[in-house]
Every structure is written in C-alpha cells, then in structure tokens.
Design a protein around this ligand. Sequence first.
Ligand SMILES: Cc1cc2nc3c(=O)[nH]c(=O)nc-3n(C[C@H](O)[C@H](O)[C@H](O)COP(=O)(O)O)c2cc1C
Length: 229
Amino acid sequence: MNLEQATLAECFEAVVTQRRSVRGFKKQVVGQALIQHVFSIAGRAPSNCNTQPWAVHVVSGGKLERLRDILPVNTMRGMTTLDYPYEPKYHGIYQERQFDAANQMYGAVGLERKDKEQRMEVFMRNYRFFGAPHVAFLFLPEHFGLREAADIGMYAQTLMLALTAHGLASCPQTSLGFHADAVREVLEVDASYKLLFGISFGYEDIDDPINNTRMGRAELSETTVFHDQ
Ligand SMILES: Cc1cc2nc3c(=O)[nH]c(=O)nc-3n(C[C@H](O)[C@H](O)[C@H](O)COP(=O)(O)O)c2cc1C
C-alpha cells in the first residue's frame, strides 16, 4: 500500500480514535483468514531487542465455551489465581479517573454508584467475555519482567488497532488474568508461561447500551511535559 502522507496520517488518527473498549459482542464468528491476518499484523509491534516475548493463545469454539462456563463459577467461589500481583487501590488523580471511568461505564446501563449488586452483575460479564466469540490470552515466559511486560502492551495495542482497522471490536481485560491456572489448564499451557491479560474480540453489538460508553482523556498538559531547551 502506497498512501500519501496526509492520507496515512488521517487513516491512523481515525483508527486510533475509533478504537475503544467494547463490552457487548455479536455471536457472529470472525473468519479464520481475517483472524490470522490481524494477528500477523500485531506481530509487527516493537519489542526489547526484538525478543517478541508475547506468547499468544487465540481461543474460539469449544475451549472458549468451557472457559465461559468455568470462569464465572470460579469467580463466585473465590477460586482465582493471579500470576502478577494486582493492587486495586488507586490514589489521587488516578483514583478520580478510575471512578470517572466506572461511573461512565455503569452509567451507560443506567446504574449509579449505590447499585453495587447490579454493578457486580455487569462486571461479571467480563468472565463471559462480553459474549465475544474469540479471546486472545497474552502470556509472558516466566523469566521476563516489567520491561518485557511493556512489550506485551505494545503488542496488545497494535493488535487492537489492527482489529479496529478491519471493522472488529475488542476489550482488553485484566480481569481475565485472575484465572491464570484455569486458563492454562483448559489451553494446556505450560506453567512457565504467565498470564498477563486477555482481549475479547469480534463484531460489536451496537444495540447493547454498554457500548455507548465513550471514555475521555486527560488534557495533554496533565500527562506530558515538553522540554524545549
Ligand atoms: C491492560 C488493560 C486491562 C483492562 N482490563 C479491563 C477489564 O478487565 N475489564 C474491562 O471492562 N475493561 C478493561 N480495560 C479497559 C479500560 O477500562 C479502558 O481501556 C479505559 O477505560 C479507556 O477506555 P477505552 O478503551 O474505551 O478508550 C482494560 C484496559 C487495559 C489497557
């Protein structure tokens, strides 16, 4: 593809701004050829020393249905296993942003902060992959650390942008990282691969009100300092 610079910039900005976390999917499966294509594009992500430390399991069909049955039950029973520690308490501005995001997401389905039980029910949709027909689980070999985890982040964003560019929707989910052992067992993944998170993907269900969520972003000056001299 040989696009004019201006067209390239326009396409890029359109893809970046159109990507958002979608939490309601159609059952319709994505064709294998398109899935293979999108994942091969994602592999163009940069990584430390080109190590490409991502170990990716793309799950559809019977194994995904097994996980869709197991994960909600395990969550309710408190049977969770995390490979990487999770600190749910954010502070200061980060907590404000977290609360804003939660209020927006639950607000899209008519729930307020006091509606704890109903919010929990909506949260539990994470473990049914929001109805998506496909999930990518992203693992990191155990001897890698924070630096390589950043590579997985780059891979994940490249993947989600590629999905968007091809008319597909996605949601990255740390919540899936709470079921590392169950996911490894169903997918027969060796214990030396550690689960960071998963990404549900497929076609957006535009009739699901939760998908009306549109998260804002902080002003540039809040997050970025430019040193000019
Ligand atoms: C690594 C990562 C993990 C996330 N985990 C979850 C999750 O478990 N469940 C969920 O509903 N959203 C999850 N999100 C989505 C964020 O809430 C979302 O990216 C953020 O609110 C910005 O909204 P946007 O993606 O629609 O732009 C996650 C995002 C990232 C990058």
